[in-house]
Design a protein around this ligand. Structure first.
Ligand SMILES: [Fe+2]
Ligand SMILES: [Fe+2]
Length: 359
């Protein structure tokens, strides 16, 4: 190295030391390339590949927040809270596709609903709509909290699952909003919140196992809600009620699809899981045995909503429709349980043990 700076002899060795190189000074300054830069990456590991094909069976905590597919320098802080680090514990092959669908299906409550659409049904039917909306909001809040609690626990290596859970939470946030806004349209106070319904939702929040929570919330609960929302879309007395039910229904179908696909994946690789799924339903049933489940006010409100008026003949029709809804929910649950490998008898038994609160 040659230079005009009189301090070159001082500065060059200092710079070289800092970068892992050496300087020989035998009258002429010679810079000798060190190995530090290569050594730094010598123990580095490639964190799988960027696409879903690059996913590994178990993601080490030491990969931390590194992008999937990155070359990870050793020595960073390990992830402390991502205990869901096994592929089989969180994965479903449909996750990347569902995530793309979820993004394409996002809607804005301000423009997706014509909030000024006419409502010409009587005050009793409106009160029933408000009660149903009040009930929906508390269920949506449970559905928002459950995936959110798991987001930080899923290793970011399984990023499609984290992304899907994040959009799912955003979906539920919108559901809370539109059902609240529909309830507020009447200008009357909101309806009642029963202790039994909240006890049922609390058991969902208390489930700390990702797959069991997906089973109880998405397969059984949101699965039942598909029928409930489609019922509200069909029988809602006004365009706003029908529209918000329709919008929520399209989102919920994705939530159910992921839950079913994940549990299909997991029960296929781990048949013993079925026993634990069964245990989770039985345990939840026992915990809730002394509670009322769905409170009578919600059931009655569904009858009046589906009746559309207070004449005895209409109420009788409304009653039949709600009985039909309960039967549809049971049928849907049994169908999904069969997809997870339960026999028809077991599926019927487990569906019957599902909470009376529907979710
Ligand atoms: Fe929802
Ligand atoms: Fe949902």
């Amino acid at each position: 190295m040659r230079g005009r700076d009189p301090n070159l002899k001082v500065h060059l060795p200092a710079w070289a030391r800092a970068h892992g190189h050496a300087v020989i000074d035998d009258g002429v300054l010679t810079l000798v390339r060190g190995e530090a830069d290569d050594a730094r990456w010598r123990g580095a590991i490639r964190a799988g590949g960027p696409g879903p094909a690059g996913i590994v069976d178990r993601a080490p905590a030491t990969w931390g927040l590194a992008a999937r597919g990155a070359l990870v320098e050793a020595g960073g802080p390990p992830l402390r809270h991502a205990d869901l680090d096994r592929r089989d514990a969180v994965w479903a092959d449909i996750a990347p596709k569902l995530y793309a669908q979820a993004l394409a299906g996002q809607w804005d409550p301000a423009t997706a609903v014509d909030w000024t659409a006419p409502r010409d049904h009587d005050a009793g039917v409106e009160a029933a709509v408000v009660q149903v909306m009040t009930y929906l909001v508390e269920n949506e809040q449970a559905a928002l909290v459950v995936p959110t609690r798991f987001i930080a626990r899923v290793h970011p290596h399984f990023r499609e699952v984290v992304q899907l859970l994040a959009v799912q939470a955003a979906d539920e946030a919108r559901h809370v909003e539109v059902f609240t806004r529909r309830a507020e349209l009447s200008g009357a106070p909101l309806g009642t919140s029963g202790a039994g319904g909240r006890a049922s939702l609390q058991t969902l929040l208390d489930e700390g196992d990702f797959s069991l929570a997906a089973f109880l919330l998405s397969v059984l609960g949101e699965g039942s809600f598909l029928d409930l929302l489609s019922f509200l879309e069909r029988h809602g007395p006004d365009p706003v009620t029908r529209r918000v039910a329709h919008l929520a229904l399209t989102d919920e179908a994705r939530h159910v699809a992921f839950g079913v696909a994940h549990l299909e994946h997991r029960t296929a690789t781990e048949p013993k899981l079925r026993g634990r799924l069964r245990g989770a339903v039985e345990h939840r049933h026992d915990v809730l045995a002394s509670t009322a489940g769905l409170h009578a006010g919600v059931y009655d409100a569904l009858v009046v909503l589906a009746a559309g008026s207070w004449t005895p003949a209409a109420i009788a029709d409304g009653w039949d429709r709600v009985q039909g809804l309960v039967a549809e929910m049971d049928e849907g649950r049994r169908r999904r349980l069969a997809r997870l490998g339960f026999s028809p008898g077991e599926a019927a038994e487990l569906s019957a043990l599902h909470t009376r609160n529907f979710m």
